[in-house]
Each structure stands twice: as C-alpha cells, then as structure tokens.
Design a protein around this ligand. Structure first.
Ligand code: ADP
Ligand code: MG
Length: 447
C-alpha cells in the first residue's frame, strides 16, 4: 500500500489525483464543491451541498473518491457523503454553539429498515427500536450498545435518531462522538464558555446519542462534565444512548461513577455476523447499489470475508469500482482478485507496527513515544510495550530481532520474555484475553 511522502492533507492529495483522473467539467461540478467536515480514524465525512444529487454522486464517483483517498492516506477509510445544510442561513441556524461547525446531520441511510438483523444483533436491534419508539419512557436509560469495530453500532445509534426525528421533527437530537465532545469541551474552556456548553446539553437536547464513549478514557475533566450532563438529562427523563467498544465493566480509563451510570439502564452487545447474516448483508448492499451479482459470487464473498460489515461493504464497492474501470461484468474472477489483492480474507497481514503501537497506546492510555523509548517507564508503559511486542509477533512478519530494534533497541531475549508474559497472562486472565482479542480485531479491521 502506498503511503504519502508529502505532508499534504490526504484530502488535498486526493483532490489532485481526482483532478488528473476526471474531466475538468466533472471535477468542477462534482468534486470541487465537496468539503471535509468530519474525520475519524476510519471515516471521512464529506459535506455535499444541496444542489448536488447525492445519489448520483455516490453511484458515479464515491468509489473513485474512496480509492484516491485511500491511496493518499495509505490506509483503508470509509468515505461518507452527508447533506450540507441547504442555505447559509440555515447552516448558521444549525451551527454548533461552540465550534461554529454545522451540527452533523444524521446519516439518512442509517435507519432501522436498512439494518439487516441477524442473531448477532437481534437483541441490540430490538432494544434500540424500543428506545426509539419511546425515548426516555423505557427502562433502558441509558441504552449502551457495545461491540467491535464495523459491526453497526453507529448505524443503530443513528437509526434511533432518524426514527425519532421522523416521528417528531421538533425533538432536539444531538449526535456526538465522545472525541468531538472532548474537543467541544476543550474549546469551551479556552473561550470561557463552559457554562454555555453545559446549559446547551442540559436544556437544548432531548435525545443524546453519544458514540464511542471509550475515547473519553483518561480525559478526566471531560468525563466529569459529561457525568453532570448525564445526571441532569437522566433526571429530566431525557433519553441517552451510548456506544462503546467494550462492555461497561471493561471500559478502561473511565471513572467508576460514570461506568456505574452506564449500567443503570441496559447494555447490549453486537457480535460479528455469522455466515448467513453476512450473506444477507451482502445481498442487501448489492441491491442498494443496483449491482447485478450472482448467487455464487455472493456466497463466495460471504465465505471469504469473515470480518466486519464495513469490510464487507468495502469489498462490494471495490467490485463496483473495478468492474466500472474494466468495463466488465462482475465475475467470479474479479471477486477473487479483489479478495486476494486487498487481502480482505487475510486482514492481519497488513497491520503495520505503527498501527499496533497506536492502538496499544490508546488502550493503555500512554504515549506512543514512551512505548518505543529505551527506559522501562511506568508499569502501564511496560505492559503496553510487552503487548505491542506480542502483537507485532502475531500480526506482522517482523522477526524477533526487528521487533526488539523497534522498541528502543531491546535484544531478542527481552522480546521472547514479553511474548511469554503476555501468553501467560492471557491464559490466566480471561478478561485480559478478551481485551487482547478485541485489540487484534480492531487492528485487523484496519486492513
Ligand atoms: P461501528 O460503529 O460498530 O464501527 P458502523 O455502524 O459504522 O459500525 O457500521 C459500519 C458499516 O456497516 C456502516 O456503513 C453500516 O451501515 C454497515 N452496517 C453495519 N451493520 C449493518 C447491518 N446489520 N445491516 C446493514 N448494514 C450494516
Ligand atoms: Mg462507530
């Protein structure tokens, strides 16, 4: 995979490459008006102005945009198209009080209807629907949906929002990731506007959808603020729905009192889809994209891509893109080629050492630099380093020597020791093993 050697923002690099690939008119009409307005690890949201046909844009150019962005970025991302508020006036009306950013509209595709329910998600789906039908009125407050990457947590969370707006457009819904909430909070401190932030959340929100609460971990003041907001909303019987990558009891770096609040209502998990569900999802996505794709190929993909749903979607879009580049039908050869070339069936091969140190550092809430430094560091740092070494052994083709070198020039026996320590810990401690599995899943999902 190519990684950009320039310091350009991947979007800028992507634009340059799109300009080369498309005619001037097409570029000016379809690409230039797009604006990046939200970035996360796996996802880039592009705002689409009201005068562009979003369906057409998606059908004709999304695959290409994604392709170029990934080339520029060096790692798989999902590009999402979102409607930009139609006029400047309404966008100002919708501007977020603290960031001046437009309030992120819910993705209209994330609905209950579009969600394929399997035995892996049945319970989460039912709970989400119950809450959407009667926000604040059920015992499920808060509702916490947890599970691995790309399994549909954000989809269900926003489906609740979309359902509630559909029933009552005047309901004030706030969808926010905990990272964005953290940024808002920091900004409100900088501008002496904490009270405003707090009043906004307490008084101007009827339904709070907070995505990926685990990103608040280690951010104590943000957690404290959120704790108060949570209490206030809960007291006024406003519905709160949360998602996280782990069950409440295993959320590291979050304050106990916050975690105990998360357990007040209901917490439900989403598991990876089984073979039948994968097939059903593939079918649904193919129909949505108007793809003519045979049962054989669907079956092959459902078998080969034993991974999360985001990856399944990526495969379908790759197929569409390749078929259109080659002006060919979607054949089994093409499907096989994509599965092999992109290594969708062997995600672990492509994990980089940087991915590992980043994810592990996040998980232990330590700095990446500390892990690769020479000194031992705190207990957390030492543990994080051992785990990173173990994962590098498991997930990359690096030799023990190379691994040692990457971590402050440690020798190979240190690496062996680290690996053994982690293996033992996994044997002894089931919840640690689960965490390691979750981290591996997370890394593999990065493709
Ligand atoms: P998460 O938030 O758990 O990482 P997302 O909700 O972002 O995952 O889901 C990833 C992608 O997969 C989204 O495009 C979503 O629409 C799709 N998806 C996930 N679960 C399902 C499902 N059960 N049925 C249909 N699409 C799904
Ligand atoms: Mg998500």
């Amino acid at each position: 995979m190519m990684s950009s050697t320039t310091s350009l923002h991947p979007w800028t690099a992507c634009l340059t490459s799109l300009k080369e690939k498309l005619s001037e008119d097409v570029y000016a009409q379809w690409i230039l008006p797009l604006k990046v307005f939200d970035l996360s690890e796996f996802q880039v949201s592009l705002a689409v102005p009201a005068n562009l046909d979003m369906d057409q844009l998606g059908r004709m150019y999304l695959g290409l945009i994604e392709h170029c962005y990934q080339e520029a970025n060096g790692r798989e991302v999902r590009i999402q198209l979102r409607r930009m508020p139609s006029t400047v006036a309404s966008s100002m009306g919708n501007a977020h009080p603290f960031t001046g950013m437009p309030v992120i509209d819910l993705n209209p595709n994330y609905t209950f209807e579009e969600f394929v329910v399997g035995s892996n998600s049945q319970f989460a789906y039912s709970a989400a629907l119950a809450v959407a039908k009667d926000p604040g009125g059920t015992k499920f407050n808060p509702l916490l949906i947890y599970g691995g990457v790309g399994l549909g947590k954000t989809h269900l969370l926003q489906a609740i929002g979309n359902f509630v707006v559909g029933e009552n457009p005047r309901k004030k819904i706030r969808y926010v990731t905990s990272e964005a909430f953290y940024r808002e909070f920091v900004e409100s401190i900088q501008h002496n506007r904490i009270n405003e932030l707090s009043n906004y959340y307490r008084n101007e929100v009827d339904l709070l959808l907070m995505d990926d609460v685990q990103f608040m971990s280690g951010k104590d003041r943000t957690q404290e603020e959120f704790f108060h907001i949570f209490n206030s909303l809960h007291q006024s019987r406003k519905q709160i729905v949360l998602t996280s990558d782990a069950p409440p009891g295993e959320l590291k770096g979050l304050e106990d009192r916050l975690v105990s609040r998360f357990q007040w209502g209901l917490f439900v998990d989403i598991q990876p889809p089984d073979r039948e569900t994968r097939e059903a999802i593939l079918r649904r996505k193919a129909v949505a994209l108007n793809l003519d794709i045979s049962d054989d190929i669907i079956g092959f993909l459902a078998e080969a891509i034993d991974s999360n749903i985001r990856v399944i979607e990526g495969a379908i879009r790759q197929l569409l893109l390749q078929a259109s580049i080659k002006h060919s039908d979607i054949t089994m050869e093409l499907a096989k080629e994509i599965v092999n070339r992109t290594g969708l069936n062997r995600p672990s091969k492509k994990v980089t050492p940087e991915d590992i140190t980043t994810v592990v550092a996040n998980y232990f809430v330590v700095e990446v630099d500390k892990i690769i430094e020479q000194g031992r560091g705190t207990k957390e740092v030492a543990q994080a380093r051992q785990l990173a070494m173990f994962l590098m052994k498991e997930l990359t083709s690096a030799s023990l020597k190379t691994i040692g070198q990457r971590f402050g020039g440690r020798d190979h026996s240190t690496v062996v020791h680290a690996i053994k320590t982690i293996e033992k810990a996994m044997e002894k401690d089931d919840s640690f093993k689960k965490s390691v599995d979750a981290i591996m899943g997370k890394l593999s999902a990065r493709g």
